[in-house]
Structures are given as C-alpha cells and as structure tokens.
Design a protein around this ligand. Structure first.
Ligand code: N01
Length: 545
C-alpha cells in the first residue's frame, strides 16, 4: 500500500511512503537540509542510522573528541536567533557539547518529527519511468521520492584494518568512531592504540591518564599543533554576538571557510630567519591551525612549507624529553598541512609519562592480534584493551556502502570505479535529482564543515525551488561539465603540495582505493563564487528538463 505523507505528519518506524525529498543522514548537513526543504514546502523524510541527531558528533564519542575549528565558527549561521541564544562553553567544544548543540537545534526547529532513527539506507534506485527514486532501508521500508539528498558525511565509513587474529582477541577492542556510549574503563589496564591521526592524537593524552600502561602503535608520525582550548572568553563571545554578520561573511569568502586570517600576506621566504621564527611563535601561541596561515605560500611552496614544518619539528624536540622518542614522533617525509592538521591538548607531552610507550610499526609492522595482545615483527605486547584510531574510508565510502543505482541501471560503484566524478561535488551525471552535501569535488574536508554544509544545502534547496518554480522535473549535470570540473579539481590540486602525502584525501589509506585527490583545493570563497556564477548563468553545466 502506498501512503503519501505530508509535511508535519509524524514519521512511522516502518512504512511504504512517497515524499518530495528523502535525506540520508541527520548530522549537521541532514538537519539543515530538512529545515530548508520544509521551509520550501516539501514533504521530507530523513533516514538516520543513529538513535539521535548529530552525525559525526554522535558516533565519535571516544575520549578527547573535540572540534578542530573554533566553536563560534563551527556552528550554524542560518538563524540569527539561534546564534544569539546559544552559548558555547569552550573555545573548542568537546563532543558532548557539540551533541548538545545538535539536539538543541533539532528541538528548536522541531526536526525530530520528520526523522526516522535507527534505520540504515541499504539501496537507492532511480526509475526513469516514474521519474522517482526508491529508497530501501534495513528495516524493510520502501520509500519513493522525487529528490534524494545524500547528507551522509565525509568520514562516516569506519576503517578497521584486516589484522589477522583480531577475532581471537580476549580483551575488548573498539574503533574510535564506534566507541561504546557507556565508555570504556581503562583504569589500570594495558591499552594499545593503533593510529596517530587527528583521532589518536586527541584520544592518547586522555587514555594515558587512566591506563596502567599505554602502548601507541605508530606507523606515520603526524604534525600536531596546540589547540589552546580554554573556557569561552566572555569578551570574545560578546564580540561575536555583536558582529556575527561580519564574522560569517569573512568565513564564507575565506579559503578555509573559517575565521582564521593570514598573519602576514607575504612569502615565508621573504623575511629573515629571526622574523619568521617570531611569527611562527606568535601563531603557536594563538593556537589552532593559525600556524598554517602564518604566510601566504605554506600550502604551495615546498621551501616555504619546510620552514613551518621545521618549526614544528623543533617544538617536538623541545617538548619530548627522550630524544629517540622525539625523533620517532617527528614527521619528515611529507609537507605540513598536506594531511589534515591535527590539533591537540598535551599530545607530545604525553610521551614524557612513564606509563606511555611509543612503538614504531613502520620499522616493525603489526603481524597479528593474538588472544593476549598484539604482535609486531619484533615483539609481543600483552593488552587488555585495543583501540583502533585507524580512520575512515573517506568521502566516497559512505556513499558506496549503499547500493546507489542511477539511470539505465548505472551503479555509482561502477561509475566511480576509477575514482569519484562529480560536477561541483554536488551532483554526478546519470543520477538525476540526486544531490550530495559536501561530496567529492567540493571543498568539504579542506574547510570548516559547517560553512561548507550551509553553502551546499542552500545551493541544493535553491536548485529544487528553481526546478519547482520553472516546472522542470529533473536536474542533472552534463557529462561535459562534469569532465571539465574533474579536470579542474585535479589541476588545482596539482598547484598545491597536497599530493605529496599519502593521505585519506587521496584514498591512500584504503588498500585498493583509486588514488585520486578528492576534495576541491581552490578554497571555499572561490568555490562559492563558482557556484554563484553557475546559478547566475541559469544553472550552467546542468541539464534541466
Ligand atoms: O584517521 P586518519 P583519524 N597499521 O586516517 C593509522 C577528522 N577528525 O580518525 O598514516 C598501522 O587520519 C594511520 O597510519 P598511516 C579529520 O579530518 C577530526 O585520525 O596510514 N596503522 C594513521 O596514523 C581527520 O583527518 C577531528 O601510516 C594504521 C591512523 O591510523 C579525519 O577525521 C578529530 C593502519 C589513521 O589516521 C581522520 O582522522 C578526529 C594499519 N594497518 C578526526 N591503518 C576533529 O578535531 C591505519 N593506520 C574535528
């Protein structure tokens, strides 16, 4: 039986229904999409795997999880009232505070009634005959929709390496992004952490406080900068609340979608060594990712980049007392900023603790997990708890986990077999009326995600309103527009140093994944202008029928 649901009717657990729009995911992207499309008068159903809103901030509840963009900047800008009434408690909000914020937004805008929780989309199929998508879930739902919006997040498909023997481990093991909500008691226990990306770097100092002994299994050292988190400065909050429009306008047009300005709009090589050190010290004192925005050529000139990298290496040597450990922690084989910069609270200092051991699994690779612990090619480490901070199948993973089938039976998995192909990171040819929020080919993970999410959702909602107003049934990029965008994304990446690191931006962390630089490195402001020009030219590069 088919049932048509109107906007406002409560979402049932299992049903067969038709909607104007189905949104996959109720993180920051899905929540705002629901709000915008509801305002436009569409009936909307959001499907969410978690039992509550928040997306990445629901799943990543590992100890130490915290945002790496200033909270004031990492927040919705669409509602002046919301901006005024919400107060952040910390400069860089921890996971629990972000989840509280997400819940507040959902309550405030009455979002829950259109979200179906604890339900995972398993497939989405386009029918040219019906000109609609059919969405199927793991709870047996069959839903049809005109518009399909993928708000699945860029970092939501977890990566647990296929270590032999994992099933035999007698202790408990956890991926950081699926951390038990009741927490994990590590008090006095032997704990192993595999992975030293942003996640490991946040979790390690907190786990070390309680663990009996903490072993960190590091394959590649990372550059980390102090976040300098602190309780919210009331003066700073007052300034933001008085000048939100200005702060948001700055972020929207900035390269990173955030409120970090350039310290000096000059080359790092144009000043004396002493002056350069002074400027880097100033950035280190400010904290956050300011150091990468000390000069205007750190992201593009290897020599300029090396001065920033060397400054951080010297900091590591200063902080870490044991010279061998300091050397192991020092990144040398890729430029700083070419992997997402890590922000920490006491990361390098943690290695001065007696109960922390750094194990180099580049020289002595992990061979197997045993019932009692972890064996490298050199030694066996007995463990009670094993933590995988091993990251994600980024950007394409969450989309390809579902079976997505477009026109003429074209599977997204096949279309993207050699890497993702999109126009503006928002649509892909052959998949009419299917939109992606912060998809591959958009600035997304190179930016403050909330700025990029809002820009994409506004673009998508405006496009849908335009279609409805003009009587067009569908929108889809032309193959030519898509090809030239993919080429442009590559050209822009080639002008930077990004491809010099084996990062998840390139898919290098997942065995067998095509090595393609996925995000758009041209900057958030530039990208916004491109999108605005596309719209001003009547959705240039898209076919509307
Ligand atoms: O994942 P990662 P993450 N054997 O892929 C190692 C965002 N984020 O979860 O570098 C041994 O960066 C791997 O080693 P290597 C942020 O955008 C944001 O830490 O491949 N080691 C690496 O050290 C971030 O960039 C925040 O040699 C293995 C680590 O696991 C993104 O999420 C906080 C291995 C994975 O690092 C991902 O960060 C946290 C193996 N087989 C995350 N496989 C904020 O602050 C993997 N590794 C908002």
């Amino acid at each position: 039986m088919l049932k048509t649901q109107s906007a406002g009717e409560p979402a049932a657990a299992t049903s067969v229904a038709q909607y104007d729009a189905v949104v996959v995911g109720a993180g920051f992207a899905g929540m705002y999409t629901l709000h915008r499309l509801r305002q436009a008068g569409l009936s909307v159903r959001v499907i969410e795997a978690a039992p509550q809103v928040g997306g990445t901030w629901f799943w990543n509840c590992y100890p130490g999880a915290r945002v790496d963009v200033e909270s004031l900047s990492y927040s919705y800008s669409f509602s002046p009232e919301l901006q005024q009434e919400w107060s952040w408690k910390q400069a860089y909000a921890p996971q629990a505070e972000l989840l509280e914020y997400a819940d507040h937004v959902a309550q405030r805008f009455d979002l829950h009634r259109d979200i179906q929780f604890e339900t995972r989309v398993v497939s989405t199929t386009y029918s040219a005959e019906l000109d609609r998508w059919t969405v199927r879930t793991d709870r047996g739902d069959r839903i049809t929709t005109t518009y399909l919006i993928m708000a699945v997040g860029c970092l939501s498909a977890t990566n647990v390496p296929d270590f032999p023997g994992l099933g035999s481990f007698a202790g408990s093991w956890h991926h950081t992004s699926r951390w038990p909500r009741e927490g994990v008691d590590v008090t006095g226990k032997r704990v192993g952490v595999v992975g030293t990306g942003s996640t490991g770097i946040q979790a390690i100092p907190v786990l070390a406080e309680d663990a009996g002994h903490l072993y960190v299994f590091q394959r590649t050292p990372n550059y980390s900068l102090p976040s300098k988190n602190s309780p919210m400065d009331p003066e700073r909050e007052r300034d933001w609340k008085a000048n939100y429009d200005e702060h948001r306008a700055f972020a929207r047009m900035s390269p990173t979608g955030s409120n970090i300005g350039l310290l000096r709009d000059i080359s790092a090589l144009s000043v004396s060594d002493a002056e350069r050190s002074r400027i880097y010290e100033e950035a280190w004192r400010i904290g956050g990712s300011q150091l990468l925005r000390s000069f205007n050529d750190i992201a593009v000139d290897p020599e300029a980049n090396e001065t920033a990298a060397e400054f951080v290496r010297a900091k590591i040597r200063q902080i870490v007392r044991d010279p061998d450990t300091a050397e192991l922690l020092t990144p040398r084989d890729y430029p700083i900023g070419t992997k997402r910069i890590c922000l920490d609270t006491g990361y390098y200092e943690t290695y001065n603790r007696d109960n922390v051991t750094l194990v180099d699994v580049r020289s002595d690779p992990i061979e197997e997990i045993t019932p009692q612990g972890l064996r490298t090619s050199a030694e066996h480490y007995p463990l009670d708890v094993l933590v995988f901070a091993t990251g994600f199948d980024a950007m394409t993973g969450p989309l390809l986990e579902m079976e997505v089938t477009g026109r003429d039976g074209l599977a997204l998995r096949d279309k993207w077999a050699a890497g993702p192909r999109t126009y503006l990171g928002v649509m892909t040819a052959g998949f009419p009326n299917m939109f992606m929020v912060t998809g591959p080919g958009s600035p997304s993970v190179l930016s403050n995600m909330t700025t990029s999410i809002e820009q994409h959702v506004d673009f998508i909602a405006d496009a849908i309103e335009h279609l409805r107003a003009s009587g067009a049934a569908r929108i889809e990029p032309t193959v030519e527009a898509e090809d030239s965008w993919v080429e442009h994304v590559n050209e822009v990446a080639d002008r930077t140093l990004y491809k010099r690191a084996n990062s998840w931006y390139l898919g290098a962390n997942i065995p067998g994944k095509p090595r393609i630089f996925m995000p758009y490195a041209g900057g958030v402001g530039t990208y916004r202008q491109v999108c605005e020009t596309v719209v001003a030219k009547g959705y240039d590069g898209f076919a509307l029928q």
